[in-house]
Design a protein around this ligand. Structure first.
Ligand code: URA
Length: 205
């Protein structure tokens, strides 16, 4: 757990933070893409949304939430009135973890050690962006932000308190919605996700 890194010389900008992270030689690299996908959005934002890790497309383009999960998110932004340009989007784990299957790169869920490695970095990212609300999309982000396992089905829609007392809204990951096989179940879960993001949008001034 890297939360206890020395407080001296804390990064003073996001660019400095990401550059420093890119230079770390002890980051988990086995099974990970070399490419670090930086967060995107204004230097300061009322709303910060945190996913799991970049996917295949995000890794190729170097930007978070440009693939299928991002497209679903865009649709929900439109439905809830959340302005993507005013929102800071990033990931708990900053590189794509995958296994190669022929030409395809299949997503692998990061383990606890890998999540914990990035915890100090995400804490710094949150400190710099200084949002009024952080939205945790799914179990990896929730674990990263709270430091403990969070059962999403039980806690979704709740606002928990993070390390520094910051408000963290727990919700599902958009990829989960995309994987629900039956249409009706998917619509029910989608509606709940929209409700969670409507709540999130109330924190935007
Ligand atoms: N899923 C995530 O959690 N983050 C991304 O950037 C893309 C897909």
């Amino acid at each position: 757990d890297r939360m206890d890194k020395p407080a001296a010389n804390l990064p003073t900008s996001l660019d400095q933070l990401y550059t420093l992270l890119e230079q770390q030689t002890d980051a988990p690299m086995e099974k990970f893409s070399d490419r670090l996908v930086r967060g995107i959005g204004p230097d300061h934002a009322d709303l910060m949304i945190i996913g799991e890790q970049p996917g295949d497309q995000e890794d190729r383009e170097g930007r978070p939430f440009v693939g299928p999960a991002g497209q679903l998110l865009d649709r929900v932004f439109e439905e809830t009135g959340i302005d993507r340009q005013q929102t800071f989007l990033t990931n708990a784990v900053k590189r794509f973890k995958y296994t190669q299957r022929g030409k395809r790169r299949l997503h692998e869920t990061p383990n606890v050690g890998e999540i914990n490695y990035y915890r100090w970095w995400i804490e710094q990212e949150i400190r710099l962006v200084d949002p009024r609300l952080v939205v945790a999309l799914g179990a990896t982000a929730a674990r990263s932000l709270t430091g403990k396992p969070v059962k999403i089905s039980r806690h979704r829609g709740e606002i928990l308190s993070g390390a520094d007392g910051r408000s963290i809204l727990i919700t599902v990951h958009p990829s989960y919605l995309l994987r629900i096989p039956d249409e009706q179940g998917r619509q029910v879960e989608y509606a709940k996700f929209v409700r969670d993001l409507q709540l999130a949008n109330q924190f935007v001034r």
